[in-house]
Design a protein around this ligand. Structure first.
Ligand code: 9D3
Length: 252
């Protein structure tokens, strides 16, 4: 896969993608990551990339010409079927299904903004897609670009080790993770759950699935609403919630 990021701060994107699973995949050549800086395409002596908003108001707006030239450069020699994705607070929310969709593309250009955002005519002319990382305010698109590159690259064949790959297609898809423990068995009187020490792998599987279902139900009911539950999962969740209610009677 070929990924090019249009950004005024290329070092931010490199720093955010250069480590761990993502950094290794880049060094292995599973993905090629490049950046194009619109500043290099500004034609005036001051290398201007922004200007004051028509209609007045605070902040600055990113100019069409240097960003258009940078996007055109980034698109050069990208395979057909590649996509230009603008990162903006107005975009469709990023989630794992979007990461899977992007990982299936042969290439993409991620366009990161700063200040108040892009001149709308640039978005109209060049965006195939517009994505937001979520409903909170960032200072610009670079952190979002790094997060999206990381989420996409780890899905590419060969990016994950065997252990991580196996975990990825396990039961827990669409659920929050179960709790994890390592040594010591007793930390300041807080013991590791007995079931994890006894070595009964079917019981361990059921306990982990039940914890994942219970935590998802309590913390992210929106995720459960998107997911079908099997008969076993329904029963495990009912038992979890019944035990939870029995343990804290005054809250029910
Ligand atoms: C505080 C300025 N806001 C006025 C209502 C608008 C605004 C403009 C530009 C808010 C943030 C930004 C910069 N953000 C991004 O470039 C961005 C972003 C984000 O802020 N949140 C979630 N996802 C993304 S993707 C790009």
């Amino acid at each position: 896969m070929d990924i090019r990021v249009v950004t005024l701060f290329p070092e931010m994107v490199a720093a955010g993608t250069g480590y761990g699973v993502c950094g290794r995949a880049i060094r292995k050549g599973l993905v090629r990551l490049g950046t194009v800086n619109p500043r290099d395409y500004a034609t005036d002596v001051h290398r201007t990339v922004d200007d004051r908003p028509y209609g007045g108001g605070p902040g600055m707006v990113l100019k069409v010409e240097p960003f258009q030239a940078a996007i055109d450069t980034a698109r050069e020699r990208l395979p057909s079927g590649s996509r230009v994705v603008f990162l903006t607070p107005q975009g469709r929310p990023f989630r794992q299904s979007v990461a899977r969709e992007l990982a299936a593309l042969p290439g993409m250009v991620l366009v990161a903004g700063r200040y108040e955002g892009f001149d709308e005519r640039l978005v109209e002319a060049s965006a195939d897609d517009e994505i937001s990382l979520g409903d909170f305010v960032l200072s610009g698109g670079e952190v979002a670009a790094a997060a999206i590159v990381d989420a996409v690259v780890r899905l590419l064949p060969g990016a994950l080790g065997d252990a991580d790959s196996a975990a990825q297609d396990s039961f827990s898809d669409g659920l929050l993770d179960c709790p994890h423990f390592t040594r010591p068995e007793d930390y300041a009187g807080r013991r590791v759950p007995r079931v994890l020490l006894d070595g009964n792998h079917e019981e361990i599987r059921r306990w982990r699935l039940q914890q994942a279902l219970g935590r998802t139900s309590q913390r992210r009911p929106d995720l459960l609403a998107r997911r079908e539950l099997s008969a076993e999962e329904e029963r495990l969740l009912d038992d979890f919630l019944a035990e939870e209610a029995a343990a804290r009677p005054y809250e029910h």
